[in-house]
Design a protein. Structure first.
Length: 366
């Protein structure tokens, strides 16, 4: 009996501590990725902790089986160095994952004063495209991001486009970069196509930010027949401007703003088509989520999309800037194509299921 207890104790202490560092648990794509991964890691091999700078606004549950949460209460990365240093020094994790530029900079800086065997950064955007929409902010981060990546053992990108951009923009050694897609959770929600309807319901889920191209989506709506309706899900600094544009284009009766939604799958299955109007993306999680419920997607070509969307099978990919083709493909998707929701779901599970992606992340540590 004593020997059995001793063996169980040894197995427990041999678990590798893995920390995921986030600024918060708001509704961003990077937050969702780490929240998903924390659930997917093998709990018999890894002791999982999510560290957040600010838990005052949460869009994701902090009650996850086998996952511990630490709230630094610092709110901003610029004020978090000593708090994060103290936690990592005390806990001595084997692996630390960070994501988004400002958190990657923070963790890299803290890591220079600690011995963390596996310090791994997850890139979250295509830098040469992102700099076009962030101006001075992007140039500021570019200086520090270039330096921060030198402190990491490995860097995870979600697409080959993102990998090449990191190499060209920051001079990152390509041998240190691994391409791993974002994970998606399985859901019970599945879109059941309704009988042919005169009303076609489009859905866009995005931050109201310049790079999301929501203004051109409004312009596309003016090109579509009156029986096409659009729902916006999300929030952001440009929301009022987009609302004003909708009014100026006399689209108030055809466009609605739903704000932030916690269970997005329930909203997705009530629509006929997901649309993505972004100028740039790191890896569009909303497309993953749409495909899991069998919702087809019409999207401009951005990073990650070529590996997800197959024309005619689960959506259409449009060359950047071609609003007329985008309009035509929306009509084609809603009136001429019969989509198989179950096949669409199974295809994205095969590529990006949480089980598959978690194993790939675990292999970075092992």
């Amino acid at each position: 009996m004593y020997a059995l207890k001793q063996n169980l104790y040894q197995e427990e202490v041999q678990k590798k501590k893995v920390f995921f560092i986030l600024s918060s648990l708001t509704s961003g794509g990077s937050e969702r990725v780490f929240w998903n991964l924390a659930q997917g890691f093998n709990k018999t091999l890894f002791d999982i902790t999510i560290v957040i700078l600010d838990s005052s606004v949460n869009c994701f549950s902090m009650d996850l089986e086998g996952v511990r949460f630490i709230d630094l209460g610092t709110k901003k990365a610029s004020k978090s160095f000593f708090a994060l240093y103290t936690v990592l020094k005390k806990e001595e994790p084997y692996a630390v994952f960070s994501t988004t530029d400002h958190i990657n900079i923070l963790v890299s800086l803290v890591g220079r004063f600690l011995k963390v065997p596996c310090l791994i950064a997850r890139a979250s955007n295509v830098p040469h495209e992102q700099r076009l929409y962030e101006g001075f902010k992007s140039k500021f981060y570019e200086l520090f991001t270039r330096a921060s990546y030198k402190g990491y053992k490995l860097i995870v990108c979600q697409s080959e486009e993102m990998k090449q951009s990191l190499v060209n923009t920051y001079g990152v050694n390509p041998n240190l970069i691994t391409v791993i897609a974002n994970p998606v959770l399985r859901t019970a929600n599945l879109r059941i196509p309704e009988r042919p309807s005169k009303k076609h319901k489009l859905l866009v889920v995005a931050r109201f930010a310049l790079e999301k191209g929501l203004d051109r989506l409004v312009k596309i709506m003016t090109m579509l027949p009156d029986n096409y309706h659009l729902s916006f899900v999300g929030t952001g600094v440009l929301k009022d401007k987009i609302k004003q544009l909708v009014t100026e284009m006399n689209l108030d009766s055809r466009v609605q703003f739903l704000g932030e939604i916690r269970n997005i799958h329930e909203v997705m299955v009530q629509h006929d088509l997901m649309v993505l109007s972004s100028h740039t993306e790191g890896f569009p999680n909303v497309v993953l989520e749409a495909l899991t419920v069998g919702l087809p997607v019409v999207t401009f070509k951005v990073s990650g999309i070529p590996g997800l969307i197959v024309d005619g099978f689960n959506g259409y990919v449009i060359q950047q800037g071609d609003l007329t083709d985008f309009k035509d493909k929306v009509i084609q998707a809603c009136t001429q194509n019969t989509w198989n929701a179950m096949d669409i779901r199974q295809n994205v599970y095969q590529k990006c299921s949480l089980e598959k992606i978690s194993v790939q992340y675990e292999s970075l540590i092992n």
